[in-house]
Design a protein around this ligand. Sequence first.
Ligand SMILES: CC(C)(COP(=O)(O)OP(=O)(O)OC[C@H]1O[C@@H](n2cnc3c(N)ncnc32)[C@H](O)[C@@H]1OP(=O)(O)O)[C@@H](O)C(=O)NCCC(=O)NCCS
Length: 316
Amino acid sequence: MSSRVTFRPTVEADLDLVLSCHTDEPVSWADPERYRSMLGNGGYRPAHTWIAQDNDGRLLARAVWWAFPTSDRPLALDCVWVAPDVPDRVGFAARLLGAAHDAFRAVGWDGLPEWHLFLAAGWRDGPAVAAALEWRSAAAARSGLTGRLERLRYEWTPELPVPEPSGRLVFRAEPDDEVFVEMFRQVAEGSLDDDTRRDLARLGADGQARETLDCYLQMPGERSWWLLAYTPEGAPAGFALPSANQGGPVVGYLGVLPEMRGRGYADELLGAITRFHAGRGATRIGADTDLDNRPMAACFDRAGYRNFGVRLVLTQ
Ligand SMILES: CC(C)(COP(=O)(O)OP(=O)(O)OC[C@H]1O[C@@H](n2cnc3c(N)ncnc32)[C@H](O)[C@@H]1OP(=O)(O)O)[C@@H](O)C(=O)NCCC(=O)NCCS
């Protein structure tokens, strides 16, 4: 390896170089097919793909961030590759990530994008997974991503149950975004979701609620799908927000107002979302929840959703 190394974002003309690396490490990975498809739908961009090159032009490392197609700001780091013959993989990956993080800060983006690693259920038993994670987590920590949490990944497929409405809650569409902002604000109180808690600390109650609104408005799911939930007597109980991402239908977000918790209403809200997507012919509904959000994970388990994997999230 020659001594001078350049760390830089890519441009369109780099595509062949960007696609020239491959790995057999058992972590989620933007292979050429995924990379091209995400490039096509705007999730990946040349400017959000950073590479390290030696002065002969050889590719030494690559990092790929994902963004909402409607936003300039990278939201999550999808994968990092370092050439196997680079002697200090940890240090080298940390330099690449550090260079990109500096550039993100320089344009005024506060908060570093999280790194999302998708792993199969039972990943703790695999030594090859542990090895692939070890150098990546160490590089993440050195580049400022010192936090770590696990999100359980669930899925519903058509052979699984679709619950009938029980009548315990009634659902109504609500076109006024401000009503949802107020709902998001209230539901964040006492939330066991790590993202929500960190956003609350960073942005305050109102800022967190508005960012949640913006985030769900940017998702490919339609705004008209969002539902408020009431008791039959007319008291607000929470909301069910079926949505979609670039992979298809997702549960999205559901929440029960703090004073209404502990009555099993989460089951009603998830049931409404499952019914909604199933009724539109979904062949898969994806969902995630933090390992520590036990009431929500238990709700998915009761509804028959399958826990097929884990999203390991490395955070600032
Ligand atoms: C997660 C959530 C939807 C659960 O709603 P719920 O209708 O209260 O759920 P359940 O009635 O099934 O609650 C089961 C148990 O967990 C407890 N519980 C529910 N939410 C809790 C919370 N945020 N903190 C502590 N305990 C909670 C309930 O009191 C109940 O306890 P019990 O068995 O001793 O009576 C609700 O807490 C919430 O809106 N949280 C914030 C938003 C959120 O996390 N949404 C999911 C994002 S993926």
